[in-house]
Design a binder for this molecule. Structure first.
Ligand SMILES: Cc1cc2nc3c(=O)[nH]c(=O)nc-3n(C[C@H](O)[C@H](O)[C@H](O)COP(=O)(O)O)c2cc1C
Length: 317
């Protein structure tokens, strides 16, 4: 019997898998399609202080090896999330699967440091007032524009990133995961900024900036012109970023980017991940959750590992 538990910066996960933010709704949309016992956590779509419309359509486009999206973080806002979404998630998953819903990693974003801090504070207060609620950890998406700094993203400058992480840290004792962008020349200063700011874990990687052009119309396909590339094609790039980050920090890493089958998740674990998220694959194959979990257990059995956690960083050579 392989031990599948992992600890992601204080978040106890019964299985090493979660879902990537924005690809699994708010957690209950896939009830009946996914075996939730094989998810150690569910990561919800990005949430901010208020309702947000996202970008105009068209906002996604399939490409060879993946998807380019510019959804633009459409969401319901923290009041609706805590009042309706979280209780509904807990109830509906318990009803359908007959088991307690996995903890939720709440992905947050904002246009200013204050907005992030406010959402973190609200989540913390809710978790303290509702012991046993699914709210299990905060994942800070730092790949969104800092309105006060002319639209540069928070994750593009280590000093700004450090300020953001420190401010959120002050507001919460929930496990704090910082989700970094891959499009930086060297990930190490960003990893250090998160460590110094008090993060408990890192999430890598967010989508890679991308663009698709309709050559007949000579126009960008997406209304937003550019978007982010996800899916199978980004997997090797993501493995490299996880490998670099693992060698630069003791913080546990939640890895994502093009996980379609067990071997992809195992690659991430060998490169240094503590847990792995499935994202774009869920749009076409929600059953991948079960297949990846089973394949990881099978790999541990074949290679003499007693626990999935032993895979982390066990790359040879
Ligand atoms: C449609 C879509 C929406 C996304 N929304 C979010 C989001 O709200 N917050 C976030 O941090 N990442 C978001 N992401 C990025 C994913 O969580 C993930 O980091 C990325 O897609 C790489 O994983 P994948 O290749 O397995 O999809 C989104 C990705 C997609 C495809």
């Amino acid at each position: 019997m392989i031990d599948t538990k992992v600890n992601l910066g204080g978040l106890e996960m019964a299985a090493p898998l979660t879902t990537a933010s924005g690809t699994f709704g708010y957690g209950s949309e896939y009830a009946g399609l996914v075996d939730y016992r094989k998810l150690g956590a569910v990561t919800a779509k990005g949430i901010r202080i208020g309702k947000w419309p996202g970008n105009p359509m068209p906002r996604h486009c399939e490409v060879p090896g993946g998807l380019v999206n510019a959804i633009g973080l459409q969401g319901t806002g923290i009041d609706h999330f805590l009042g309706i979404t979280v209780p509904w998630y807990a109830e509906s998953i318990e009803e359908v699967s007959g088991a307690k819903a996995p903890p939720m990693i709440v992905n947050i974003w904002g246009g200013s440091v204050d907005e992030y801090a406010e959402v973190a504070r609200r989540l913390s207060e809710y978790a303290s007032a509702n012991p046993g609620s699914p709210v299990g950890a905060i994942e800070c998406n730092v790949s969104c524009p800092n309105v006060k700094a002319g639209g540069h993203t928070f994750g593009q400058d280590p000093a700004v990133l450090n300020g953001l992480v420190s401010a959120v840290r002050k507001e919460t004792s929930l496990p704090l995961i910082v989700k970094l962008a891959p499009n930086v020349p060297d990930i190490r200063p960003y990893v250090k900024a998160c460590e110094d700011g008090g993060a408990d874990a890192l999430a890598l990687i967010n989508t890679i900036p991308a663009m698709v052009i309709d050559i007949e119309k000579r126009r960008p396909v997406l209304a937003n012109r550019t978007g982010g590339l996800s899916g199978r094609g980004i997997h090797p790039a993501a493995v490299k970023v996880v490998y670099d980050a693992y060698r630069a920090t003791k913080l546990p890493i939640l890895a994502m980017g093009g996980v379609y089958e067990a071997k992809d998740a195992i690659e991430f674990m060998l490169a240094g991940a503590t847990a792995v998220a499935l994202g774009t694959v869920l749009f076409t194959d929600p059953g991948a959750v079960g297949d990846v979990y089973d394949g990881m257990v099978d790999y541990c059995e074949r290679h003499g590992f007693k626990a999935v956690a032993e895979l982390t960083g066990s790359l040879e050579g």
